[in-house]
Design a protein around this ligand. Structure first.
Ligand code: ADP
Ligand code: MG
Length: 373
């Protein structure tokens, strides 16, 4: 675990050695046991935490945290992450899990066009988890809070009979008129997506393939060179506060927005059904990184399927008025992929050769039970 931490210190270096240690993480988790009381454990995990936002009046240390948002609406979101259902420690280092758990929550707040400021975490672990394993998780979580300027203001700690359970609540705010819901997309609005899609799914498939080979023959070195991008997208996802900021600077207020956690198809269908509209998106406009396409080809999967049904990209999908076309077109990191139509037109993908394909909400989820075990 020590070496593992060193090689993934800044959570960006993905190397063969780190991945081998990752595949062995399950055996290593319970080494170096230390018996701490719940009180000592909480103090140990939280004593380095500092408050940075003026909206946080009081953080950890009393019966409840105190926050203040004058003249703003408050956005609250929660995520439950269960070992074996939502994540598998054979594929995610604990430090990365901590980072990712924070990001997933912040991303939901950004998807409301709001800014996350506070985070609350409840954690339950079995005695399989050593103090250093929990510390690793917390170091990733703290790093996410540092990078996104969020205050960790409280939580709860418990033992579990088996496995790791996490519940995270992020709190943020926005002026009332700035909040963006899923329900207000209008006919003819442009459909935009940030970044590129499908890479996180390809990263997971690569980790799974190399893990299987490694478990069958531990002398085999995982073949990971040239795959940094897709691994990073799986192991160290980022949310898109930069987009929220630039939309605000450009005075573009999306009509509807959602973050892409389950794949483009299922998210666009959420917007359309909540807004009572249909959509047309165009295959040749969907952004797919060449690393994603390369891996998909290697595995014999259509890269389009990765973008439509692959999970965990944490990009933003939003709709905006036609009048903003020029501004959106010139924004880096934003792709216009289609437009909103009448509900009766359905939700469709126009393929490269012009065929109309109905979108389906497969919502492939990298965290799903079937795939985690
Ligand atoms: P209580 O008995 O009132 O639940 P706790 O002893 O559980 O109090 O918590 C004491 C303080 O530590 C509170 O501010 C709580 O929010 C915080 N806290 C407890 N567990 C965690 C944790 N895992 N991470 C961060 N803060 C925590
Ligand atoms: Mg408590």
């Amino acid at each position: 675990m020590k070496f593992f931490l060193q090689s993934l210190k800044d959570l960006t270096i993905i190397n063969k050695f780190a991945i081998i240690i990752l595949f062995k993480q399950m055996e290593n988790i319970s080494k170096n046991k230390q018996n701490l009381s719940e009180f000592e454990l909480i103090r140990h995990l939280t004593d380095k935490i500092k408050i940075r936002n003026k909206e946080t009046i009081y953080g950890i240390g009393d019966d409840a945290a105190v926050i203040e948002y004058p003249d703003k609406q408050i956005v609250v979101t929660n995520d439950l992450l269960i070992e074996g259902i939502h994540f598998d420690l054979a594929y995610v280092p604990l430090k990365h899990l901590g980072y990712k758990a924070g990001i997933v929550n912040f991303s939901d707040v950004y998807a409301m066009n709001a800014i996350p400021k506070q985070l609350i975490i409840s954690i339950a672990v079995s005695n399989r988890f050593s103090l250093s394993a929990i510390e690793e998780f917390y170091s990733g979580l703290r790093l996410a809070c540092d990078n996104y300027q969020v205050d960790l203001v409280g939580g709860d700690t418990s033992a579990s009979v088996k496995g790791m359970f996490l519940s995270l609540t992020a709190i943020g705010s926005a002026p009332k008129e700035q909040l963006v819901y899923r329900k207000n997309a209008k006919i003819n609005d442009l459909i935009c997506v940030t970044g590129d899609l499908g890479a996180a799914y390809m990263g997971l498939q690569l980790l799974k393939r190399e893990n299987e080979l490694f478990q069958a023959d531990p002398n085999l070195q995982p073949e990971l060179s040239g795959y940094d991008y897709i691994l990073q997208r799986q192991l160290k996802p980022e949310a898109r506060p930069d987009i929220i900021k630039s939309l605000n600077t450009e005075k573009i207020l999306p009509s509807a927005m959602i973050d892409i956690s389950d794949g483009l198809s299922s998210e666009i269908i959420h917007i359309c059904s909540n807004s009572n509209v249909g959509c047309k998106i165009f295959e040749d406009k969907i952004p797919i990184a060449h690393e994603t396409a390369k891996m998909a080809k290697e595995l014999g999967i259509d890269p389009l399927i990765c973008a439509l049904d692959g999970g965990e990209d944490y990009e933003l999908l939003f709709t905006a008025k036609q009048k903003d076309y020029d501004k959106l077109k010139s924004q880096s990191g934003i792709n216009i992929i289609g437009h909103i139509t009448n509900k009766s037109d359905g939700t469709s993908l126009i393929s490269k050769n012009g065929t109309i394909i109905p979108l389906q909400a497969k919502g492939w989820n990298a965290f799903s039970n079937k795939d985690a075990n």
